[in-house]
Design a binder for this molecule. Structure first.
Ligand SMILES: [Zn+2]
Length: 136
């Protein structure tokens, strides 16, 4: 695993952001200074793993190293704590994506360095399944 990726594994694996001890604002990715009150007193804080899709886009042209995943869907997701993240959206038929769709963070393979190389993992977002949605 590359050193920079390894160092940031908590961010990619657990969506570890931070929270201001003074005003309780939450951030992901983590910040050094609170954007709300300018305090530097921030503690690591794990983000909630559920949210809703605010917007999305379909990328048909592949990026080098991601050809096998095309087309890729990227979404702007508002987590249940109000923090917004951009992430790949998976497991939805593209036609069924809707603004406001409930989503859940899933742990997935992001990419591999060649056929026998390092495999990188991290979060993506998939459908949040409730009993009602699954019954079909
Ligand atoms: Zn603050």
């Amino acid at each position: 695993m590359s050193v920079p990726y390894y160092r940031m594994r908590d961010r990619y694996y657990r969506m570890l952001g931070n929270k201001c001890e003074k005003c309780a604002a939450e951030f992901f990715p983590p910040v050094n200074i609170c954007r709300a009150c300018r305090s530097a007193d921030l503690k690591p804080h794990e983000m909630p793993n559920v949210g809703k899709l605010l917007s999305y886009t379909l990328q048909k042209e592949s990026v080098t190293g991601f050809e096998e995943q095309e087309p890729m869907v990227f979404g702007l997701i508002e987590l249940s704590n109000g923090v917004r993240v951009v992430a790949q959206v998976v497991d939805f038929p593209y036609e069924s994506l809707k603004m406001g769709s409930r989503v859940k963070a899933v742990f997935r393979r992001i990419k591999a360095d060649g056929p026998s190389g390092q495999i990188y993992y991290g979060y993506k977002f998939g459908p949040l399944r409730t009993g009602k949605e699954v019954s079909a």
